[in-house]
Ligand binder design. Structure first.
Ligand code: 26W
Length: 818
């Protein structure tokens, strides 16, 4: 990689301040400084970006198109600087110009084009693809407003729009030359093509122009820059209307409205299908644009569309982009005139699907009426796929109609997107071992029995470059001092840290770094929450989306219980604890919002109770997002991964905590199982029902939380406090719904997520945490071992597996001309 020339770089920054803002650096605001520095960094990136694409073209590489409604990339500048290995030169340049790089980085808004796990996974995957030198495009939507900003007012979550583009995005490049048209509505007619053959055409439709914006995805120290291509919608010029429609004022206005709404906002639902028409429009919009462009790009250099699967793979990030299947079929059949069977076989060799959840409310099913009205030609094609798939099912299971009922793509007036994705893909993967087993043996059992060869596991991973190198510079430097810097691109090497777990001095150094990171977080909390927390206390952290299955409620009920114990016995031996939460609730998810209110209310009471001498603090960090996550992971002692077993497909926060030396307090769920495999049960705190036990209770209906309520007076006390005003200042009904959900059900089964059932076992595990923490040496050893055993959980490992076993990509090396 070419060295960064500091003096040139400084000139570049000054020049950007001048041309962008007609200011000197001294006159520029912090935001303007950020822009100027970013443009200067982009200058370096663009050379590598161009060189990468030149190499791709020359070598005619196979490319994966990672299709995803979400890319939760967070801030770009700091990450790009790190991956350019430009940290030293750029930091010096910035400082010599009288600026501070941390302050500059803090000016950048997070690109929050995602909800949580699935979106952040996509971002980690892109980082790994570039770092490993695999040709890839991320394909998504350029939402004008990303994930809402969470403000806590009076303990309640308020959503504010995330206007992340208001100052412009210095890293994006608009590519109008690649714009394509995407059509909605109208009807399908049979017409003759120029050779007199029958051809299906969509008529009287509304269309928008999909315009791509490219963002660079910089690999670590290797000159490789892939592209995250996000699509924006613009109105089609009126003169582009069908000649038939020319001068149709009504239609022109409607099309403008369509263009304005499609990319307006990210749906903030995580694991919940809302069934909104606009969401299906978003899906088809970005899928159609991405697939059209991928096909056109392929055909620029090749003449046989039949071989496209040799150069292109579409990876579907959950079912959200599943219309890819029918859109690709449409292009092959309608535009390229292929026979159905041939088109289907090509589609089957090109598409692969990842499942990220078994929560039934997250499964995407579209009403036929909506689907066929919005996408008439896509609907016809989907119907034909379904017709043929049913024949295939019937051939495999003659006379067994239950198989058709369970597996059909179109059934009961709905299009089932997961069924379409499975039928059309050559690969179906889960995201952790346990999750894949549950898919094979429970949720997708019938599909697995019919097509076992498609199913495989790809355990998730995270990028150590953002979550250790960038997020925890103290620990990163220490690790490098101990074992060299190979871990940055080969996390398996972090294993070499293991020997230092037995070295007293190393343990001290390590715990001192944890302490400094806790001081950094304490300062953040003081600034943002006005709460004083003790960095010598145990930092016990649960940060993730708010969902009942993730059981933030179990955590807070346990805190209420601990508080009761302390009140009963103020002299009891109690190691000071700081409980830290961060979570956004979907705007319409009322119970989740009440749980946020409960956490804040409990915090208000406990934090202000002089009697307990600051032994417990409860902090809710507002607006949890990628940028503050980096600070939080670095400071955690205890990682709360307490989902009801079987419900969390993988989890990826669990891995970020482990990499930063926190111990897992968790259930045997998702990737926790594999974390425990790596560190050993003695270096984690495992509790609760197993996934088999949960599934058995769900099937036999033998669990009644009242039984526990009746016999356990501590639990009863805590439950009563939900409705007796202890935490609700005057409003006895504030938490009534939570109370009812646990004891009566309120819509679902009582205590659907087995909170009371797992309470005692969780409280015991928490006791073990406390005892373990008192043993300083032992804790330091376990924490260090966690770091040293985190090698498996890099997204580099995950991407190597996808690349070798699913995508069949070759690595590329890129030289940048001097
Ligand atoms: C249609 C609404 C909707 C929106 C988002 C349904 C489902 C989703 C996502 C699949 C939810 C999600 O983010 N799932 C998470 O994916 C992570 C990455 O694989 C896993 O680590 C988490 O366990 C899983 O909950």
């Amino acid at each position: 990689m070419n060295e960064i020339n500091k003096e040139e770089f400084k000139k570049d920054i000054e020049n950007y301040a001048k041309v962008l803002f007609r200011k000197s650096i001294k006159e520029a605001s912090d935001q303007e400084k950020f822009q100027a520095v970013s443009y200067a960094v982009k200058d370096i990136v663009v050379d590598q970006w161009m060189a990468t694409h030149k190499t791709y073209e020359e070598q005619d590489v196979k490319t994966v198109y990672y299709l995803s409604m979400e890319f939760l990339t967070g801030r770009a500048l700091g990450n790009i600087i790190i991956n350019l290995k430009g940290n030293k030169a750029i930091k010096e340049a910035v400082e010599e110009l009288g600026m501070n790089l941390d302050v500059i980085e803090d000016q950048e808004p997070d690109a929050a084009l995602g909800n949580g796990g699935l979106g952040r996974l996509a971002a980690c995957f892109l980082d790994s693809l570039s770092t490993l030198g695999y040709p890839a495009y991320g394909c998504g939507i350029r939402y004008k407003y990303g994930m809402f900003k969470q403000v806590i007012e009076n303990g309640y979550q308020i959503e504010k729009p995330d206007d992340w583009l208001k100052n412009g995005n210095p890293f994006e490049i608009k590519r109008p030359e690649y714009a394509v048209e995407v059509k909605f509505g109208g009807y399908v007619a049979m017409r003759k093509d120029e050779f007199g053959r029958d051809k299906f055409v969509q008529e009287n439709y509304q269309s928008v122009l999909a315009v791509p914006y490219d963002l660079p995805v910089v690999g670590y120290n290797n000159n490789v820059v892939n592209t995250l291509r996000i699509w924006d919608a613009e109105a089609i010029d009126t003169f582009n209307l069908d000649s038939f429609d020319k001068g149709d004022y009504q239609k022109a206005v409607e099309q403008q409205n369509l263009a304005r709404t499609i990319c307006e906002v990210l749906y903030p639902n995580d694991n919940h299908m809302a069934g909104k028409e606009l969401r299906l429009k978003q899906q088809y919009f970005f899928v159609s644009a991405s697939v059209q462009r991928a096909v056109a790009k392929y055909m620029e250099k090749h003449d046989d569309i039949r071989k496209i699967y040799e150069k292109v793979c579409f990876q579907l990030n959950d079912t959200h982009p599943t219309v890819t299947v029918s859109e690709f079929m449409r292009i092959l059949v309608d535009d390229y005139g292929l026979e159905w069977d041939e088109a289907w076989s090509i589609t089957n060799k090109t598409c692969a699907y990842t499942n990220h959840t078994i929560m039934s409310e997250a499964l995407e099913k579209w009403p036929l009426e909506l689907f066929s009205r919005l996408l008439p030609r896509i609907y016809q094609i989907t119907e034909e796929i379904n017709r043929r798939f049913i024949l295939q099912i019937q051939a495999a299971y003659p006379g067994d109609n239950s198989k058709v009922e369970k597996m059909a793509i179109i059934y009961d007036g709905q299009v089932k997107m997961a069924h379409l994705a499975i039928a059309a893909s050559f690969s179906v993967n889960g995201v952790a071992k346990l999750h894949t087993e549950i898919l094979k043996n429970q949720e997708l059992k019938d599909f697995y029995q019919m097509m076992p060869e498609k199913f495989n596991n790809k355990t998730n991973g995270i990028t150590q470059r953002r979550f250790l190198l960038h997020g925890n510079p103290l620990l990163a430097d220490w690790v490098t001092k101990k074992i060299g810097d190979d871990w940055i691109t080969n996390l398996a090497h972090i294993n070499e840290l293991g020997i230092y777990a037995d070295d007293e001095l190393s343990r001290k150094e390590f715990m001192n770094i944890k302490y400094q990171n806790k001081v950094r977080l304490a300062k953040y909390i003081k600034e943002h929450n006005g709460v004083e927390v003790n960095p010598r206390s145990i930092f016990d952290v649960q940060v993730k989306r708010l969902h009942e299955y993730k059981r933030q409620l179990l955590n807070i009920l346990h805190i209420m219980y601990l508080y009761n114990e302390l009140k009963k016995n103020p002299e009891m031996d109690f190691y000071p604890r700081t409980f830290i939460f961060g979570a956004k609730a979907s705007a319409g998810y009322h119970r989740a919002k009440s749980i946020i209110k409960l956490i804040n209310s409990v915090g208000d009471v406990i934090n202000n109770d002089k009697d307990i001498h600051d032994k417990i603090k409860v902090v809710f960090i507002e607006n949890y997002r990628v940028s503050n996550a980096e600070i939080i992971f670095a400071a955690a002692d205890v990682s709360e991964q307490i989902s009801t077993a079987s419900k969390e497909a993988s989890g990826t926060g669990n891995m970020k905590f482990m990499l930063n030396g926190a111990l897992t307090l968790g259930t045997m769920d998702g990737a926790n199982v594999e974390i425990v495999d790596e560190v050993g049960k003695e270096n984690a705190f495992i509790f609760g029902l197993s996934s088999d036990e949960v599934i058995a209770y769900e099937q036999n209906g033998q669990y009644n939380p009242r039984d526990i309520y009746n016999i356990d007076s501590d639990i009863r006390a805590v439950m009563t406090q939900l409705v007796d005003g202890t935490y609700a200042s005057g409003n006895l009904d504030e938490f009534r719904d939570i109370y009812n959900s646990l004891l009566d059900g309120n819509g679902g089964r009582p205590d659907m997520y087995f909170i009371l059932k797992d309470f005692r076992s969780y409280a015991d595990a928490q006791k073990r945490v406390e005892a373990a923490y008192r043993d300083e040496e032992g804790w330091a050893k376990s924490a260090l071992l966690n770091v040293s055993k985190s090698g498996k959980f890099t997204s580099d490992r995950t991407i190597e597996e996808y690349a070798k076993e699913i995508w069949h990509l070759e690595k590329v090396t890129v030289e940048v001309p001097e």
